[in-house]
Design a protein around this ligand. Structure first.
Ligand SMILES: *Cc1c(COP(=O)(O)O)cnc(C)c1O
Length: 352
């Protein structure tokens, strides 16, 4: 608290990220980082970008990154926006596209940054409850609103909506922007990018942090109708014209172009997810059906926070949310096979 703060600072509820503790032999399954490294081609491209040219500002238009995204998805450069992480892309999206006279709709259980952006930008939001199976039911969004945002697959549940349901949402709200945050889409869900040529009210946001294993690089992007992208560019260029440095641009391009690396590592995570889910079910856990690089699970006889604390004593970090309806669940990122095997051994000792 300080008398120098602006009024809005008093009102904010900042997002609390998962812990980034450094300790030896830690098994870190709490922030959905990818256990496999980024594309070696991306690492090489970044190393090559470090040099005398860093005295120059980076390209404010992020043209090379936009072109790589456009090429990958069969779009034009005008349909692509690039930012310093998808969190930044989302922040600009809230600012540029989601503030209207009517409230923004979002799921009650979803990425907890959404309410934070609402408080930052003064956006009224209505949180639509997930159904009893912790799914988004698009019928529940049939109400007057200014815009809609969902995550698909949703976080922290991991449950994905089929594209037919996203289409139903878009059809029901032709005059509202519908944002689909696809941070985890590469782990088994269908991307709404396939719908872009038919819906001018759709904005899809993706990140290089999860499936491309570049959480530390901070690159994200959005794709949508050029008019939506132009709105985002206006906010971006009123905030920071150079959100990505040259090193990040070079790494992002190479990572996006190395589709084979992403496919291989994502498939490994999907395989491990199935193994981990089966072992957790054997231990008595209820595991929600995940299409993400994490699972969301609870045990009928053991307290979620208690299991998380017991795992922590064994140097295994998982994420627990103190939120109504989900406070018995643990969100566990999919690690390497060895890390997941160590987790199962620890859980055997805790839940028996
Ligand atoms: C991880 C995550 C993001 C943020 O990704 P960054 O690009 O690392 O900022 C956005 N949305 C959801 C749902 C996420 O889980």
């Amino acid at each position: 608290m300080s008398r120098f703060w602006s009024d809005i600072v008093h009102e904010l509820t900042p997002y609390t990220p998962g812990e980034q503790v450094r300790m030896p032999n830690l098994i870190k399954l709490n922030t959905n980082e990818n256990p496999y490294g980024p594309s070696p081609k991306a690492v090489a491209a970044m190393q090559a970008a470090v040099g005398d040219s860093l005295r120059l500002y980076s390209d404010p238009a992020n043209a090379t990154v936009k072109d790589a995204v456009a090429k990958r998805f069969g779009l034009t450069r005008e349909q692509v926006f690039v930012g310093n992480s998808s969190d930044e892309v989302l922040a600009h999206t809230f600012h540029a596209l989601l503030k209207h006279d009517k409230p923004l709709l979002c799921p009650d259980i979803s990425y907890s940054f959404y309410p934070t952006y609402c408080s930052l930008y003064g956006i009224e939001a209505v949180q639509v409850p997930l159904n009893v199976r912790f799914e988004i039911d698009v019928a529940d969004y049939a109400q007057p609103c200014g815009a809609i945002i969902i995550a698909n697959p949703n976080a922290p549940t991991g449950i994905a909506l089929p594209l037919s349901q996203i289409e139903a949402l878009l059809d029901a709200h032709p005059d509202q922007v519908v944002v689909v945050d696809e941070a985890y889409v590469d782990f088994g869900a269908d991307s709404a990018i396939a719908l872009l040529d038919r819906y001018d009210n759709l904005l899809v946001v993706q990140t290089l942090s999860k499936s491309r294993s570049l959480a530390g690089l901070r690159v994200g992007f959005a794709v949508g109708h050029p008019d939506l992208i132009a709105g985002l560019e206006r906010v971006k260029n009123s905030f920071n014209c150079y959100p990505l440095g040259q090193v990040a641009q070079a790494g992002a391009v190479a990572a996006i172009e190395d589709a084979a690396h992403m496919a291989r590592t994502s498939q490994a995570i999907i395989t491990t997810r199935a193994w981990l889910t089966a072992r957790m079910v054997e231990l008595g856990f209820e595991v929600l059906p995940s299409q993400a690089n994490f699972i969301f699970a609870r045990h009928p006889r053991h307290d979620g926070a208690g299991i998380a604390a017991a795992l922590r004593e064994r140097a295994i970090l998982v994420r627990h949310f103190k939120q109504a309806r989900i406070d018995q669940f643990l969100r566990i990122s999919i690690g390497t096979d060895a890390e997941c095997a160590a987790l199962i051994d620890a859980l055997k000792a805790i839940v028996f």
